[in-house]
Design a protein around this ligand. Structure first.
Ligand SMILES: [Zn+2]
Ligand SMILES: [Zn+2]
Length: 749
């Protein structure tokens, strides 16, 4: 490596150790440039334990300041150790060759195409002009193309594409943006798209559906303003109501589809490019995009092929395309996973599974090594919160409060993720899905294997849920490792406590769908105190009948009937559920003691209320009734005397009674329910706080994805002088459970 020659102008010499996401992200050339700027001598090199830098000269303070503020976009410095060493009188600054053996210890997440690459994409003079796979050190695929450590091209699906001389020169040039960019490619040597962009655009314009291979899998894409096209997609995908996300070209184009706050715009434009829930503009999208909901999931173009497609659909020729201008095109971009199975990533698979759905299948020859769905997030109380964490965020580790032996946690059954620990780092996998199908279980195993390979640890024990019937539990038992079983809602709360590095005992509310309780019951609205490995149940929602178990979760009218019986109004079953001929017989069976299952789940209480208000009697997807109920809230209102709290048991019987008797319209009912719920839960938390002397209240569980509830409850707790903590780095639902499982298991060891 050639040294930049200049004399040192001072005597201080510092040795720096950088850890975090510091390798494979352009750190060495950045440090080289910064050292030259500050006229410092020394060297930088990658080692097995991160990046080591030595700097010598008079402007080391400036170097240290700029190291943090000007670091490359994909870099994240977690720890920086600085030590003074004797000056050597060196001249020049060098990038030293990596030490032998393993150098890159962490893979970074996939990143959206950067501004510099987009400039080249639309520059007819550039060799990357209109090239669908342009990328550099600051952008492009990472996690989804990496087979194993160390992270270099041979270990990725770019191994099949030997670099041409131009790409090799860029790769080897420290002054080039593509210095050591492992996925570097150009039209001469790199992957190719199966169809011209013009053909894809023509199919979409004609109202067709395109299966488009992207970064973490295939999307199904069509014109989001064309009801016929969106409806056809629903029919062919056999997905009746579950909302579709929409993609727009850039930040300036969001306004056409949604009323976004500044925080929502920043989140949607983040390098990870998540889908962000925003208030939909009325009358813009085809009605079938997100039926029954007031918000829509929006994401921005993030791969070069998306940008080219938006340019083509705007009718622009690539050489004269203004990529920052607002673009009217809105596309449905939904993951191609027929029947709730994992995302399609493989070309043969695409032909087989998507042939009946898509009019055109567009693929490319760069393999996706591991699938990753689009991440989904929303802004709650001004800050981001996840609904699904996958592409763009995984495998960024989340720190645990304490060190410990390597553990694998396997989550629950729905919205599955797995977590593998290495010291204090917890690597939470991408969203895997519901472990109901053989395909998803296969994907689950694939993710476990891939995670162990790229994190490079073997777990000493495996952590699972108490529920014996979960596929994840059965998988844990099959590994031949010591099995640690932890309670579902304790894990939810431990997850939130751990991400906030809360030390010591924690008090919390788990507001959730369903989980097996310590007493064998169906829990889901719990106030728990965690202390070390110990879990105390301090309170819970008043139990409601759960007639038919799982059936009640799919058919909210059953919960509605159960609620009527619980508040002594079984006689209203026929009047409130005229479309359910079984309502009265069911009410009789519950009242007669033939249906004995009960639940303290808040999710089921949402279902009951949605059913009583006529919002939803049968669900097409999990959480539908609760989401539709939330969408109806104008502003939460409290029903006076709508709840009672006795001995830690919080009952909403007065509210249910009110709804059954007076049958308010759905909007008013939804507002009353949310307001009264927030009021009652705040009182429950205050009760727990006074009993334990704890001011901090951890909030977890799937119901915390309800923004009205989350914002209302955190505000109400703050008014009471309590300190609420909610999930910020992982979803509050079962998607974050595996992280909570390791956090809890660490305390047991
Ligand atoms: Zn780039
Ligand atoms: Zn090339």
């Amino acid at each position: 490596m050639k040294d930049a020659a200049f004399p040192p102008d001072a005597v201080a010499r510092l040795r720096l150790k950088l850890n975090g996401a510091v390798q494979g992200v352009g750190m060495r050339p950045f440090i080289h440039r910064l050292a030259s700027d500050c006229r410092l001598a020394g060297f930088v090199h990658n080692g097995a334990d991160g990046v080591t830098v030595e700097i010598e000269g008079g402007r080391t303070a400036e170097f240290l300041a700029r190291l943090r503020t000007e670091a490359p976009p994909l870099a994240r410095i977690d720890t920086l150790a600085v030590e003074e060493v004797p000056p050597l009188g060196e001249t020049g600054f060098a990038i030293r060759d990596s030490e032998g053996g393993r150098t890159v210890t962490r893979i970074v997440p996939d990143a959206a195409t950067c501004e510099a690459c987009l400039d080249e994409l639309f520059d007819p003079e550039s060799r990357y002009f209109a090239y669908s796979f342009v990328n550099c050190t600051h952008c492009g695929p990472r996690y989804t193309i990496t087979r194993r450590l160390p992270y270099d091209r041979r270990q990725t699906s770019m191994a099949e594409f030997p670099m041409c001389p131009d790409c090799a020169a860029a790769y080897g040039d420290v002054a080039d943006r593509r210095f050591h960019a492992e996925p570097v490619a150009c039209p001469v040597c790199g992957p190719r798209l199966s169809h011209p962009i013009a053909d894809i655009a023509a199919t979409i314009r004609a109202g067709g559906i395109v299966a488009l291979k992207g970064i973490g899998g295939f999307h199904l894409v069509c014109d989001a303003r064309n009801e016929t096209a969106v409806n056809a997609l629903r029919r062919r995908k056999a997905r009746e109501h579950k909302p579709f996300a929409v993609m727009v070209a850039n930040r300036a184009s969001v306004a056409a589809v949604a009323q976004a706050s500044a925080a929502e715009l920043d989140l949607v434009a983040a390098v990870a490019r998540p889908i962000v829930l925003m208030a939909a503009r009325a009358g813009v999208l085809a009605p079938s995009v997100s039926p029954g909901l007031s918000r829509v999931g929006v994401l921005l173009a993030y791969a070069p092929v998306h940008h080219l497609l938006f340019a083509a659909l705007r009718g622009d020729d690539f050489a004269h395309h203004d990529r920052r201008a607002a673009n009217d095109t809105i596309l449905v971009a939904t993951s191609a996973n027929p029947g709730g199975e994992p995302l399609v990533i493989d070309d043969a698979d695409a032909a087989r599974r998507l042939g009946g759905i898509a009019d055109l299948i567009v693929t490319h020859d760069r393999a996706i090594v591991v699938r990753a769905d689009d991440s989904v997030a929303q802004v709650i109380a001004g800050a981001p919160s996840y609904l699904r964490r996958a592409r763009g965020f995984v495998p960024e580790p989340i720190e645990l409060p304490a060190d410990g032996p390597p553990l694998l946690a396997v989550g629950a059954h729905l919205k599955s993720t797995v977590t593998l620990t290495r010291g204090r780092e917890a690597f939470v996998s991408q969203h895997i899905g519901d472990l109901d199908t053989a395909e998803t279980v296969r994907f689950f195993r694939e993710v476990v294997d891939h995670l162990m390979t790229i994190v490079d640890v073997r777990p000493e024990a495996v952590v699972c849920d108490l529920h014996p019937d979960y596929r994840s539990t059965q998988f844990a038992e099959s590994l031949g490792l010591p099995v640690i079983r932890v309670q579902h809602h304790a894990a939810h709360l431990a997850a939130v406590a751990a991400e906030h590095r809360l030390a010591g005992p924690a008090l919390g509310l788990a507001l959730d769908g369903h989980g097996l309780g310590l007493d064998g019951g169906a829990w889901g609205g719990e106030m728990l105190r965690l202390d070390g490995g110990r879990v105390d149940r301090l309170g819970h929602l008043a139990p409601l009948p759960l007639p038919g178990g799982d059936k009640a979760a799919r058919e909210p009218w059953r919960m509605g009937v159960g609620a009527l019986v619980a508040v002594g109004r079984a006689n209203l079953a026929a009047a409130l559920f005229p479309k359910a001929p079984l309502a009265t017989p069911l009410a009789r069976r519950i009242a007669g003691g033939d249906e004995t299952l009960v639940t303290t789940s808040l999710g089921r209480l949402f279902d009951a209320v949605a059913a009583l208000l006529g919002v939803r009697e049968v669900q097409d997807y999990e959480g539908q009734a609760a989401m539709e109920l939330e969408a109806l809230v104008d502003g939460p209102e409290v029903l006076d005397g709508g709840w009672k709290l006795e001995d830690g048991v919080l009952s909403f019987a007065p509210l249910l009674n009110h709804i059954a008797r007076f049958r308010p319209d759905a909007r008013l009912g939804a507002s009353l329910f949310h307001g009264t719920l927030i009021d009652g839960l705040a009182a429950l938390a205050a009760d727990g706080s006074s009993r334990t002397g704890t001011a901090t209240v951890v909030l977890g569980g799937g119901c915390m994805m309800n923004r009205v509830l989350a914002e209302g409850l955190t505000a109400a707790l703050a008014v009471l002088g309590l300190k609420p903590l909610m999930a910020r780095r992982l979803p509050p639902n079962d998607g974050g459970l595996s992280y909570g499982q390791v956090a809890l298991a660490r305390q047991l060891q």
